[in-house]
Structure formats: C-alpha cells, structure tokens
Design a protein around this ligand. Structure first.
Ligand SMILES: N[C@@H](CCC(=O)N[C@@H](CS)C(=O)NCC(=O)O)C(=O)O
Length: 98
C-alpha cells in the first residue's frame, strides 16, 4: 500500500494548518484540491472520503483522518522527521515499526 498521504484541502480554509504540518514533517503527500465554489466537497467523490463534506481530510494507507487536530497529531507522531527527533519515545517507536 502506498506510503503517500492524500491531502484534501481548500486554500481558503483551516486546511492550511495541515499543509504547513505536512511540509514541516517532510512526509510524502499529494494534494487533491477541492473548490467550495464548485461544491466539490459535497460531491460523491469526496463524500466517500468524509461523509460530513468537511475539509481538511487525509487518507493514508487506506485510513481516513479528518479534523485538523487529529490530522496534525497523526502526522507529527508518524512522520519520519519527527521520529528522528523523538526516536526515544515509545509512541514514536511503535509508529516507526507499524
Ligand atoms: N472541526 C473541523 C472543522 C472542519 C470545517 O468546518 N471545515 C470547513 C473549512 S475551514 C469546511 O469544510 N467547510 C465547508 C462546509 O462545511 O461545507 C476541523 O477542525 O477540521
């Protein structure tokens, strides 16, 4: 399964926090930009990712994560760069081996 994170943002949203975090961590990711003007967050393709139709969302290894706080926490715990910094913590270690 791909290690790449699929990131669903809109630039005029709180998704910017997640975008910043992804850049900081160096995790591989691909952007699937959604337009609020075109209602793309309420179309079936995105509702299959997040039935609430809310951004941001990420998909990693087939798992969907929504909510800024949850996404930022997940990416910070599991990213390689943060693992490098926090390699002595058990949480980081368990993430490293999963
Ligand atoms: N509690 C969620 C809120 C998500 C949210 O409300 N996102 C807004 C953009 S900042 C959204 O998707 N709005 C579009 C809509 O509700 O149709 C989080 O922190 O991620």
């Amino acid at each position: 399964m791909s290690e790449e994170i699929v990131f669903f943002p809109n630039p005029a949203s709180r998704a910017r926090m997640v975008h910043w975090m992804l850049e900081e961590t160096g995790a591989p990711y691909r952007i699937e930009l959604l337009s609020f003007d075109k209602g793309e967050n309420k179309k079936p393709a995105f509702l299959a990712v997040n039935p609430m139709g809310k951004l941001p969302a990420i998909v990693h290894r087939g798992t969907v994560i929504t909510e800024c706080g949850a996404i930022i926490r997940a990416t910070s715990v599991c990213s390689r760069s943060v693992l490098h910094i926090n390699a002595s913590t058990s949480r980081a270690t368990s993430c490293q081996h999963s």
